[in-house]
Ligand binder design. Structure first.
Ligand code: BGP
Length: 493
């Protein structure tokens, strides 16, 4: 067997806040992403300070008109170059194009009663372009770019009133694009609310009296909002599907010591399953009652919440997978490393990227089996890829064999999981083009099949160049995953 099913959705992903640029143009408002800064003294093995944003920092950034200090303000200028970018992805053979819509472009402060028509016209042009090549759009409604005004006024999702504003935003998207977009994702990596709280929920620690309480209350509001917009999407188009999404932090016990194994179970429950249990099974799991009690968290529920969560669950489960983590009952004694959205412990059996992210293709097979066993609904890998520094050689080529190797090994394990019986509907690699890094706002942490000539300080021609992986992925898609081999060079100079 070991085959990808017919109609498998091959593609790539990107996010508005990392790609569009066009800061404050055409009526757009400021988003949380527009205050995230680039630090040239960045410690790649400890990115924690990039995850903590203070009120003071926000105020400084708001009065700073500089674009380059905040790289997500310029992105890769997808706003003006989308036609060329989408054409390149079509050339690779993409069946599906994953992108996100910038909430603060459509509702600049989040509180307007009507959407910004220029923003809707922009996304209309994008979808038209995707359709032109016969690709399927996959749209993330919220990918780390809530209007900053909602942070300043409400401390983000900690306030229940944000649900209504989000629903108004989502409803405007469904009214305009609901018939044309078959796959949606409500919140990108919803478990980010606990680890990358500011960009995920807009909650600022120094504004909170009880930060942990606000983190979980914000996530609860996102759960309710996701249920509400799932209901609305199905009213608009019963055939459209709404997925939930987590950053899948697959984790292994550091040793076979029962304490470590229990820690692994807890980390899996608190960091992963809580989110998917609510969004797929439709109710809060019992283990969270204990967690909330132990951590003095008391979620405020409204009467409608329980029924909403139960009735409007996700149609499919999507996730990002970059790394695997390690769990230990005595973590202080062990070496740590950076990972997606948070730190973890070192696994001596794995190699790491230059940013310390531990590479584990077999962990993806484990993850697919583990999620499918638990939920029995279709899965969709919506992010997987390697962040690396690419260089353009003397002949103008980018020979990113390390990226091909990473992707190839992960696709081999996906094939194994398909043979294991997992129902996987698609794979969108992160990222289609190089974009500004979500975690560090660097440009030099590149993931794309298409190189973008831009450096960390925002200098460069923005020229797009096909990497070696572009031609390799083209072959992979053309053979529906049959041919994963790589023979250098794919690009004949
Ligand atoms: C995920 C995000 C993406 C993305 C990716 C890689 O957390 O959904 O937006 O960028 O990780 O992370 P980074 O850019 O920090 O390397």
């Amino acid at each position: 067997m070991n085959e990808f099913p017919k109609g498998f959705l091959w593609g790539g992903a990107m996010a508005a806040c990392q790609a569009e640029g066009a800061y404050l143009q055409d009526g757009s408002g400021m988003a949380v992403s527009d205050v995230s800064f680039f630090d040239n003294k960045l410690d790649r093995q400890d990115l924690s300070k990039h995850r903590d944003i203070t009120t003071q920092h926000i105020q400084t950034a708001m009065t700073d008109a500089e674009i380059r200090r905040y790289p997500k303000r310029h992105g890769i200028d997808f706003y003006h170059r989308y036609a060329e970018d989408i054409a390149l992805c079509a050339e690779m053979g993409f069946k599906v194009f994953r992108f996100s819509i910038k909430w603060s472009r459509v509702f600049p402060t989040g509180e307007e009663s009507e959407p910004n028509q220029e923003a809707l016209a922009f996304y209309d042009r994008i979808i038209t372009e995707i359709e032109k090549y016969g690709m399927t759009p996959l749209v993330t409604v919220s990918h780390f770019e809530m209007p900053l005004a909602l942070v300043n006024r409400y401390n983000g999702w900690a306030d229940r009133r944000v649900i209504e504003m989000f629903c108004r935003y989502a409803n405007s998207l469904f009214t305009h694009f609901g018939q044309r977009v078959p796959y949606w994702i409500s919140f990108n990596e919803i478990n980010g609310g606990r680890f990358a709280t500011f960009k995920s929920t807009g909650v600022v620690e120094d504004k909170s009296e009880n930060y942990l309480q606000d983190c979980y209350q914000a996530v609860h509001h996102q759960f309710v909002a996701a249920a509400k917009i799932t209901k609305r999407l199905h009213e608009v188009n019963p055939d459209a599907q709404m997925g939930c999404m987590i950053a899948r932090f697959t984790t292994y016990a550091a040793t076979s010591k029962p304490d470590d194994v229990l820690q692994m179970l807890h980390d899996d429950q608190y960091d992963n399953f809580f989110y998917t249990d609510v969004m797929v099974r439709g109710k809060y799991p019992g283990y969270m009652n204990r967690f909330f009690r132990d951590h003095h968290v008391k979620i405020e529920w409204q009467e409608e919440d329980k029924a909403l969560l139960q009735q409007y669950t996700a149609d499919y489960l999507s996730f990002s997978y970059y790394v695997s983590n390690v769990s230990s009952a005595s973590p202080d004694k062990l070496a740590a490393t950076d990972s997606n959205l948070k730190k973890t412990l070192k696994n001596p059996y794995l190699e790491s990227s230059a940013w310390g992210w531990q590479i584990d293709p077999k962990g993806l097979r484990y993850t697919l089996n583990n999620l499918y066993d638990r939920y029995q609904i279709p899965l969709f890998i919506v992010e997987n890829g390697l962040g690396a520094e690419d260089t353009v050689d003397g002949a103008g080529r980018i020979v990113d064999t390390y990226r091909i190797d990473y992707l190839k090994k992960h696709l081999e394990q996906i094939k194994e999981a398909l043979t294991d019986g997992v129902d996987l509907i698609g794979y969108t690699a992160w990222s289609s083009l190089d974009v500004v890094s979500s975690g560090t706002s660097e440009m030099s942490k590149r993931y794309g099949f298409i190189y973008v000539d831009l450096d960390d300080e925002g200098r460069g021609s923005l020229k797009r160049i096909r990497k070696e992986s572009f031609y390799w992925y083209q072959q992979v898609i053309a053979s529906n995953g049959e041919n994963l081999t790589y023979q250098e060079p794919m690009l004949k100079s």
